[in-house]
Ligand binder design. Structure first.
Ligand SMILES: O=P(O)(O)OC[C@H]1O[C@H](OP(=O)(O)OP(=O)(O)O)[C@H](O)[C@@H]1O
Ligand SMILES: O=C(O)c1cc(=O)[nH]c(=O)[nH]1
Length: 171
């Protein structure tokens, strides 16, 4: 599923910035897709949530902090299903769990803001599986088409982009 309305909103809200950027994977890039800032606009956040909720079934929708958090919360409200949050790293105080929310034996859909290498999404999937969830799908708002699909496929996970970077850059 690729969503022209979402692509148009991402452009309108200036989610793509050109410059010199270092990415989470350590790779360099001449552009950055700032979905985190763009989804602070409620019309885009609710459009993403409605797209995911109408297209996919799940018991729980999960997101990796920080970028996945507003996405999973909004999708949870749209679908009337619980959400879970996955921490990027363990805390050294309080409860040690990397997952907030009940995912054991649940069919969990992971949502990501951007996928590049797929490392962050794979971390989310691994944490969910370790917590007893069934997790084999990642919905990403923007897939940068730089390896996430192959990395996730190698771990039995399907990537489901709402928008591909080629569609944004070729507009
Ligand atoms: O596919 P990858 O190569 O893993 O890159 C994509 C990830 O990088 C960004 O997160 P970042 O690590 O910047 O953290 P943040 O969400 O806390 O800002 C983005 O939000 C994705 O989660
Ligand atoms: O790979 C990343 O870290 C990354 C790339 C991008 O375009 N946007 C983003 O939020 N993260």
């Amino acid at each position: 599923m690729v969503n022209n309305a979402l692509a148009e909103m991402l452009i309108r809200f200036k989610a793509i910035e050109f410059g010199d950027f270092t990415l989470a994977s350590g790779a360099k890039s001449t552009y950055y897709v700032d979905v985190k800032t763009a989804v602070t606009r409620p019309e885009l956040l609710s459009a993403v949530a409605e797209s995911v909720a109408s297209a996919y079934d799940f018991d729980v929708v999960a997101g990796v902090a920080v970028g996945g958090v507003p996405l999973c919360v909004a999708t949870s409200i749209a679908k009337k299903k619980p959400y879970a949050i996955i921490r990027a790293a363990e805390k050294d105080h309080g409860k040690k769990s990397l997952v907030i929310g009940d995912v054991k034996d649940k069919n969990v859909l992971l949502v990501e803001d951007v996928t590049t290498s797929g490392g962050s999404a794979l971390h989310g999937i691994n944490v969910l599986r370790a917590a007893g969830a069934r997790a084999d799908r990642v919905v990403t708002v923007v897939d940068r088409e730089q390896g996430a699909g192959a990395l996730l496929a190698a771990h039995g996970v399907t990537i489901l982009p709402l928008v591909r970077i080629s569609e944004l850059l070729n507009r």
